[in-house]
Design a protein. Structure first.
Length: 124
């Protein structure tokens, strides 16, 4: 009787762990990998800083492996980032522009620039 109980316990353990491993593999296979970068325009204008340009170069490299690039932000800033992406080689038809400020960033203190209206999210 004891051997039967041990065999039953061991068998259920093996079956249970195989089911968990299969579920984890399935979850991993179904969830797409998304990447997001943030670009901020210069204060008082829609110009791109050297840091923003470096981020856009990274986005251009990431866009090569993505089918679609989504830009989210204010219309003027999205247009600036989109034109730079196109200038650096991303096909215009692969870029989707969403004119939305998105979720707000934490408020800046007195005398500091509030970047929430100057950002563009680049999502792959």
């Amino acid at each position: 009787m004891r051997k039967y109980t041990l065999a039953l316990l061991a068998g259920s353990f093996l079956i249970g762990t195989a089911g968990v491993a299969s579920a984890q593999d399935l979850a991993t296979a179904v969830v797409p990998s998304k990447s997001e970068l943030m670009v901020f325009t210069e204060k008082g204008s829609h110009a791109l800083s050297p840091t923003a340009m470096a981020t856009i170069r990274t986005a251009v490299n990431d866009a090569r492996s993505a089918r679609q690039v989504t830009l989210t932000g204010s219309p003027e800033n999205v247009a600036t980032v989109k034109s730079e992406l196109v200038r650096q080689g991303v096909p215009a038809n692969a870029i989707v522009a969403r004119n939305d400020a998105g979720s707000p960033l934490p408020k800046a203190g007195d005398g500091l620039s509030d970047p929430s209206d100057r950002r563009v999210a680049i999502t792959f």
